[in-house]
Design a protein around this ligand. Structure first.
Ligand SMILES: C[S@@+](CC[C@H](N)C(=O)[O-])C[C@H]1O[C@@H](n2cnc3c(N)ncnc32)[C@H](O)[C@@H]1O
Length: 266
């Protein structure tokens, strides 16, 4: 097992307003993921890492689920779920890495842009699949952009002083595996059908510097939660300058963002 510290995003690093700045761009992969699920009558669903619950509500309604639980560990995100809850759609605090044994079985385990925060998917996937009812489906979307300069630069700055000392050596590494790894693993776990794909979502941002605002809503939340406000500002300055040096100052800037989507039925 990996340590919770590396496995999860820090609980309240999330800033819903920052995350939603690129709402339209972040929403398309969600809709693509929902379209991979076969809607079946009476589905009991769980949305792992549900965030603000806005997309959980859409998933629940579009797929006509009988009941859905949205689970997240961020109180800042969960605070925004209030307007989306109903008797058949509830939200709970919880850690995906340590799901309450009382939860499940589910006909659908759904997760959009959350499981990459957990390491060791070789351990995680079998544990999730074990919570499926016979005939159940698992549908997951995870960013796969760790090799893009936007992510490589953040990791290298985290390894540089003075940040390395304040971060106590922590560097955020995501758990995302290769598309073929997910396909093989799902097959080995007994999936009756699988759909796995890598997709590039291209975003025409205003300029190269806008990448900072994008990444602030996700990857950089992890460093923000571990650094003092002054140190985080210094981190952002260095990150911005390094990004422009590496990618060039473009306006607009085309941010090519790779994501893996998979859906399997058991
Ligand atoms: C990028 S947001 C995605 C939110 C939502 N699924 C969406 O698509 O808008 C990732 C969410 O995963 C949650 N998360 C990350 N690691 C988690 C864990 N170990 N347990 C529960 N939630 C987690 C975060 O708190 C955050 O709300």
């Amino acid at each position: 097992m990996v340590t919770p510290d590396q496995n999860s995003a820090q609980a309240d690093a999330w800033n819903p307003a920052q995350y939603e700045r690129f709402r339209n761009e972040r929403t398309q992969p969600f809709h693509d993921l929902v379209s991979l699920v076969e809607p079946l009558p009476g589905m009991r669903a769980i949305d792992l890492g549900c965030g603000t619950g806005e997309l959980t509500r859409i998933m629940h309604d579009v797929l006509g689920c009988a009941s859905t639980v949205g689970l997240d560990q961020s109180s800042a995100m969960l605070a925004r779920t209030v307007g989306h809850a109903s008797p058949d759609l509830t939200f709970v605090t919880g850690d995906i890495a340590n799901l309450d044994p009382a939860l499940g079985p589910f006909d659908l385990i759904f997760s959009n842009a959350a499981l990459h925060w957990l390491r060791d998917h070789g351990d995680l996937l079998p544990r999730l699949v074990s919570r499926l009812a016979p005939g159940g489906q698992i549908a997951v979307q995870v960013p796969a952009n760790a090799d893009h300069a936007s992510h490589v630069i953040a990791a290298s700055i985290a390894r540089e002083e003075p940040f390395r000392t304040e971060l106590q050596g922590h560097v955020r590494i995501f758990g995302t595996m290769s598309p073929e790894w997910y396909a093989e693993t799902l097959f080995k776990l007994g999936a009756k059908s699988t759909h796995v794909r890598l997709q590039v979502y291209g975003h025409a941002l205003a300029d190269t510097g806008s990448v900072v605002e994008w990444v602030r809503g996700s990857l950089l939340t992890d460093y923000q939660s571990r650094l003092s406000p002054d140190s985080f500002e210094a981190f952002l300055d260095r990150y911005h300058d390094r990004l422009i040096d590496t990618l060039g100052a473009h306006a607009p800037y085309y941010y090519a963002f790779k994501r893996i989507l998979f859906c399997a039925r058991f």
